[in-house]
Write a protein that binds this ligand. Structure first.
Ligand code: FAD
Ligand code: MLT
Ligand code: ZN
Length: 452
């Protein structure tokens, strides 16, 4: 790369905010799992949208690739650059005052989900997206991946929370759709298009989010069950009792064994094949109402209940990702699939059979957002030579059960080879046409979504 470009970037964002020291860069060139590695000539840390636009214009003139990076917690390798300039959003951290009447807030792309939610809570509202990575994952990152998380069942995914976006296109133009109107039906939904675009269409600099009310008191139950479908039935019974399901998660005996090995407590005394964690809100005596539902549930083997936030119970579920990363002896094969709720039991049975038949080629840990039909299939200790064929087999099972190869993590680099399993030829051609229109030189996040 011409050192001229680095000098020009320094003139725009300041010397200290263009990093080309290999040791400092290194931490940004590997993903959270330590699985994906990349390279970049330098990292630029612009302070605001105008600086992002100037960086993008310089890279356009030089014909250089740009990869946006937020908290680098993505699980499909999309935040790791394959050359060119890494654009960090770490300085885009402005928090506008909350509009408590319209229940919206504008934030910089680099604000973390935890900061955003705390800001909303201070104004009596909350953010509808919550993930275990909340302390690092950013506003721009959740929009770019259209993240789901543990409150999807209640509020929907990130796309449902986005009212407006400010983003810089590949040529440096600033696209600003910033309307806090509940109804505004003029033309294409460009903010919606950027949700899930994984840094391939534009660099998001600011987001106008919808906020939600606080749920009021909650209770959290963990129920031991021997069939995943029993969790789906329990969710239905809780709703039938006039209560609101705030989250509905799933764990297996193997996953709970793993996390207890890392200091988490066992959720219940009676062991079972599966455990479901359900958070409930509602009027009246919540604990009695949920106890009544649990007592009438024919397949609940054992259960505990605690008033929210019940952090220790949540930790059992949320520590899965980190425990898996610590325990696998080779790069984890991390698949994130969804199936219709009616197919959950059959899908899990097929996955258990498949990974069992893999004959010691992997150690499977399944968990996920059961209320959304979203199963996180983690295969540990896989010989790297087997990773692709095991992935093929899992996706075959998912295809049989009319599911998706990516429920919430996106495609990134990890799943690009399997894109054709998730979308038709015409669909992919349409996506490529959109990519070419917005990024004619295909310089934004090369390798992501469509492959290298
Ligand atoms: P990064 O990892 O930095 O980037 C992710 C992608 O977005 C990349 O393609 C990058 O180029 C692009 N990008 C980032 N910022 C911008 C921007 N400003 N403009 C354009 N493109 C951008 N995900 C879920 O969906 N649900 C979960 O429940 C969940 N739980 C997690 C738990 C743990 C412990 C971990 C480690 C991850 C989890 N994730 C989950 C995955 C991850 O946290 C999300 O994908 C998150 O949205 C990524 O945000 P980030 O800021 O870290 O983005
Ligand atoms: C989760 O639900 O905890 C995440 O999506 C992370 C993961 O799949 O490991
Ligand atoms: Zn998840």
């Amino acid at each position: 790369m011409a050192s001229d470009l680095i000098d020009s970037l320094r003139a725009v964002v300041g010397d200290v905010h263009v990093v080309d020291d290999p040791q400092v860069l290194a931490g940004h060139l590997t993903d959270w799992m330590g699985k994906w590695h990349g390279h970049a000539d330098a990292m630029a840390r612009p302070a605001d949208t105008a600086e992002v636009a100037a960086v993008m214009r310089l890279c356009a003139q030089a014909g250089v690739a740009v990869t946006a990076q937020g908290g680098n917690t993505g699980l499909v390798g999309g935040s790791v650059p394959l050359g060119g300039i890494l654009l960090s959003t770490s300085r885009l951290t402005d928090l506008e005052p909350v509009d408590t009447v319209g229940a919206t807030v504008g934030v910089g792309a680099g604000v973390t989900i935890d900061e955003l939610d705390r800001h909303a809570r201070a104004a009596g509202l909350s953010f509808g997206i919550d993930l275990a990575s909340r302390e690092s994952a950013t506003a721009g990152g959740v929009v770019a991946t259209n993240a789901g998380g543990v409150r999807f069942i209640r509020h929907g995914g990130t796309r449902a929370q986005v009212m407006g976006i400010e983003a810089v296109l590949a040529n440096g133009s600033v696209l600003r759709r910033w309307s806090a109107l509940a109804k505004d039906n003029v033309g294409y939904d460009l903010p919606g298009l950027l949700c899930g675009s994984e840094g391939t269409l534009a660099v998001i600099t600011r987001v106008l989010f919808r906020l939600t009310g606080l749920p009021g008191p909650t209770v959290v139950t963990v129920a031991a069950i021997n069939r995943v479908g029993a969790a789906v039935d329990l969710v239905a019974a809780i709703r039938d009792a006039g209560l609101t399901v705030e989250a509905a998660e799933m764990m297996t005996a193997a996953g709970v064994d793993l996390v207890t090995g890392y200091g988490m407590r066992s959720p219940v005394a009676t062991p079972a094949d599966f455990y479901t964690l359900i958070e409930v809100s509602g009027p009246g005596d919540l604990e009695s109402a949920v106890t009544g539902v649990l007592e009438r549930a024919p397949e609940v083997v054992d259960a505990v209940m605690e008033p929210g936030p019940a952090s220790a119970l949540w930790q059992i579920r949320e520590s899965h990702t980190e425990s898996i990363a610590r325990s696998t002896t080779t790069a984890v094969v991390k698949l994130d699939v969804s199936v219709p709720l009616s197919e959950l039991d059959a899908t899990i049975a097929d996955l258990v059979a498949l990974t069992g038949h893999a004959g010691g080629r992997c150690r499977p840990i399944l968990f996920g957002h059961v209320g959304d039909g979203n199963i996180h299939v983690n295969l540990l200790d896989v010989d790297p030579a087997d990773a692709e064929s095991l992935t093929d087999s899992v996706f075959e099972v998912i295809h049989t059960h009319r599911g998706s190869i990516s429920a919430e993590h996106g495609i990134g680099r990890a799943k690009a080879r399997w894109l054709h399993l998730g979308r038709t030829e015409v669909d992919i051609e349409t996506m490529r046409a959109i990519k070419s229109a917005l990024d004619p030189q295909w310089r934004l996040n090369p390798g992501v979504l469509f492959g290298e």
